[in-house]
Design a protein around this ligand. Structure first.
Ligand code: HEM
Length: 435
């Protein structure tokens, strides 16, 4: 019998800044539970310049919606795309790419219209609804297969045994990678994420670059094969479909930039983190678990939306000002960068009632900004939603009751300004008896 009543291992003392002077968003302990800081910023400084990163952090739902829809004033261009201005470790990394691999071109997420729209159309064709429908059976079968591998043990580390492999195996197959290489690819994506952290030494940046170059050589062979022999994978479409208005297919540098950022990290880390977060939330909210189990068909879709809303695997991303502007009395000059903090907007009480609670009857659950909004709305959202659906459906159907394994969880997240990733989740459970 599992003791579901015992106190859960919540983060005990989240940092709760009393004043703006105490607000610290880049601090590891704050990132562990940033929600009290978001509340303060939303109320007192909806456009707040983070002293540590220099970014203008925007936290209110309506402000985010407007910025995300307004491509006349806000650009997705990244300063790192301007190679002439690189210095220090970033310059060394660029030279290393040139010497041993391929300098990644600006990705879909880092471009503006009209190029963005043209490029996005080949992604739209690769991610067309029919293909996602065709993949659905595969996602379903994989969720049950992964669960079956540990269901008789009564215990698992859910992140590595379930949440990582489900989306990773699906995307690997769609990217032409071999099944046996899945964990090697995971090492590459982990290295890529580490390379995006703050305050890294040059050595750490170059290590991450070397890892990405290893991945580039692996994928280069696949691009070349698919150019010769197209198949029915998503990557084959990206490799072989001419970009409207460009008069050609993507070159190697343009393909490489999409592998790490937009497909493997964007498309598997995020979903992994949502699956882990969802199970953690269920462990912490026994009433929600009971309701979900009472009628999965009725509640599962809303539960998936609530997980993405509450734990926002992508906490925030940047936009660059195209003109001098003023927002809530704060001057933002052309070229300065702001961060749209999806996770803060997703708990805005002006838009969501009881924003910190999971509400399986919430009517506007799908209006969260966890997948962004506007022209850069997440390309993979339909696939992510199916992966979340099957991950939770198999879990709810296979497991009678469960709880966090005692003494094994610290529920810490990997420190990252943009992404929210639970490191580990140890659970004990009783499987459902076979009927
Ligand atoms: C729960 C899972 C996911 C979350 C939370 C998520 C979140 C996001 C967010 C917030 C953006 C917006 C970027 C912006 O506004 O600048 C985005 C864009 C994108 N996502 Fe996802 N994503 C998820 C799953 C996926 C999957 C499964 C794929 C593909 C396999 C994917 C591919 C992309 C791509 C290609 C873009 C760029 C779109 C563009 O710039 O036009 N994502 N995602």
């Amino acid at each position: 019998m599992i003791d579901t009543e015992r106190p859960v291992n919540r983060m005990e003392n989240p940092v709760c800044p009393a004043t703006l002077a105490e607000a610290q968003l880049a601090d590891e302990e704050v990132l562990e539970c940033p929600y009290p800081t978001y509340d303060l910023l939303r109320e007192q400084a909806p456009v707040w310049r983070d002293p540590r990163t220099g970014l203008f952090v925007v936290t209110r739902y309506e402000d985010l919606r407007q910025i995300l829809l307004d491509t006349e004033h806000w650009s997705n261009w990244r300063t790192s795309n301007d190679h002439d201005n690189l210095t220090g470790a970033a310059l060394r990394a660029y030279e290393l790419f040139k010497e041993k691999g391929w300098v990644p071109a600006p990705s879909l997420a880092g471009r503006d219209d009209p190029e963005h729209r043209q490029l996005r159309s080949i992604f739209e064709s690769a991610f067309r609804p029919k293909r996602i429908q065709e993949l659905d059976g595969e996602v379903e079968a994989l969720a049950y297969k992964l669960l079956d591998e540990f269901i008789d043990d009564g215990y698992c580390e859910l992140v590595s045994q379930y949440a990582v492999p489900l989306p990773l195996i699906i995307i690997c197959k769609q990217m032409g990678a071999r099944d046996e290489d899945v964990w090697q690819i995971k090492q590459w994506t982990d290295a890529w994420i580490k390379g995006g952290g703050f305050g890294l030494t040059e050595e750490q940046v170059l290590w991450s670059t070397e890892m990405e170059i290893q991945a580039q050589h692996y994928f280069q062979a696949i691009f070349e094969r698919l150019r010769e022999q197209p198949d029915d994978t998503l990557l084959s479409d990206l490799v072989n479909t001419p970009v409207p208005g460009w008069g050609r297919t993507l070159n190697d540098n343009e393909l490489h930039c999409h592998m790490m950022q937009d497909t493997f990290v964007g498309g598997s880390e995020t979903t992994t983190n949502a699956i882990s977060a969802g199970v953690m939330l269920l462990a912490q909210n026994p009433k929600v678990w009971a309701l979900l189990k009472s009628d999965p068909d009725r509640y599962l879709r809303t539960f998936c939306e609530e997980v993405v809303r509450l734990e926002s695997p992508v906490q925030g991303l940047t936009r660059m000002a195209k003109k001098d502007m003023e927002l809530h009395g704060v001057e933002i000059a052309k070229g300065e960068v702001l961060m749209v903090r999806f996770a803060a907007a997703n708990r805005d009480p002006e838009h969501f009632d009881n924003p910190n609670e999971i509400d399986l009857e919430r009517r506007n659950a799908a209006s969260h900004l966890g997948f962004s909004s506007g022209t850069h709305y997440c390309m993979g959202a339909p696939l992510a939603r199916r992966e979340l659906y099957w991950a939770f459906k198999a879990f709810v159907e296979g497991i009678e009751e469960f709880a966090l394994a005692q003494g094994k969880n610290d529920l810490r997240h990997y420190p990252n300004y943009s992404l929210r990733a639970l490191n580990e989740l140890h659970i004990e459970f009783v499987r459902k008896t076979r009927g």
